[in-house]
Design a binder for this molecule. Structure first.
Ligand code: ATP
Length: 299
């Protein structure tokens, strides 16, 4: 069993500022971290740390950020297939943080928006029936729909996290086996963030729907079982960046490594892992280590 995460990778540059810059202002800041980021890379890194064989397919430009991305991915147990796009810049996020914990994020998507089904085909060709294909919302509309449809057609198991949210994702459910949505995504794409939203997506053809509700935990709805509510694991939340990515990666890996469909234990493992992520600052730096994940998955 292998997971193929087809998504974006970026460099997250976090700058601490005393207050958010006003339009027209020129202010001083201090670089806090330069970390690997991007939802695709986040999910692939966490998944690979669980011990599940994981391939990441993502686009980068030809610039200094691509080198940072390659170097950071080389430190992880992930098999990275980076598509180098001539003449484009790698994606990055500038994150401003203030002492009171507020943040503002600006993200570029030039590389991720250029990835196509053709770029993903070598990975899909390598995949065996039952392998996981994992997508998020950073690729272009055609690429996202085409890759999900192609993967589904080949008998692969598709998992989709419609984030960042775009209204057209509502038409993709027939190609999705397992969906992960947070409150805002569920409200926008399924009309609410309660059990009825999950049921609506099951009716649209999704086999398993996970709604994550921050500190209120998660709901799991499956095509063959009633909706289950699973609590979050208590944590002192310092920085919730990457909580949703940790949750999805660990839930998928927990089920895949045990050879089962997503169940309550899967969600419990995901909640324990994301409680660690929210209790630490940063993105990759905040993710649970392989040792921590081994303990969680054995529980
Ligand atoms: P993010 O965008 O911050 O990565 P998200 O909006 O995609 O997250 P959430 O529903 O906020 O997703 O969080 C995902 C999971 O992380 C929750 O279901 C929960 O298990 C865990 N989590 C989030 N916030 C907290 C918290 N304050 N305390 C404990 N666990 C939390």
């Amino acid at each position: 069993m292998r997971a193929y995460v087809i998504g974006n990778v970026a460099v997250d540059e976090t700058i601490s500022v005393s207050s958010m810059p006003e339009a027209g202002a020129s202010i001083l800041g201090r670089e806090e971290t330069r970390d690997l980021g991007g939802k695709g890379a986040n999910q692939a890194v966490v998944m690979s740390r669980t011990g599940l064989a994981t391939t990441l397919v993502a686009a980068v430009g030809e610039d200094f950020r691509a080198r940072t991305i390659r170097d950071q991915l080389a430190e992880e147990p992930v098999d990275a297939h980076l598509v180098a796009l001539a003449g484009r810049s790698s994606d990055f996020s500038i994150i401003f943080t203030t002492p009171d914990g507020e943040n503002a994020i600006v993200t570029t998507t030039e590389s991720a928006g250029s990835l196509t089904l053709a770029d993903a085909l070598p990975a899909l060709d390598a995949a065996a029936k039952g392998d996981l294909v994992v997508l998020q919302g950073n690729l272009g509309e055609d690429a996202t729909r085409d890759i999900l449809r192609e993967a589904r057609g080949r008998g692969l198991v598709t998992a989709f996290n419609p984030s960042p949210l775009r209204p057209y994702f509502a038409g993709f459910w027939p190609f999705v086996d397992i969906a992960f949505l947070n409150r805002g995504e569920a409200e926008s794409l399924a009309g609410s963030s309660d059990a009825s939203a999950a049921t609506r997506l099951i009716e649209a053809g999704v086999r398993h729907v996970v709604l994550t509700l921050g500190a209120d935990g998660a709901l799991l709805a499956s095509h063959d079982r009633p909706v289950a509510a699973i609590p979050a694991v208590a944590a002192k939340a310092i920085d919730t960046t990457g909580a949703g990515d940790t949750f999805m990666a660990v839930a998928l890996a927990s089920a895949a490594l045990r050879g089962v469909e997503p169940d309550a234990r899967t969600i419990g493992h995901a909640a324990a892992a994301s409680a660690l992520t929210v209790s630490r600052r940063g993105t990759r730096l905040a993710f649970p280590t392989s040792e921590e994940l081994a303990k969680i998955l054995a529980s």
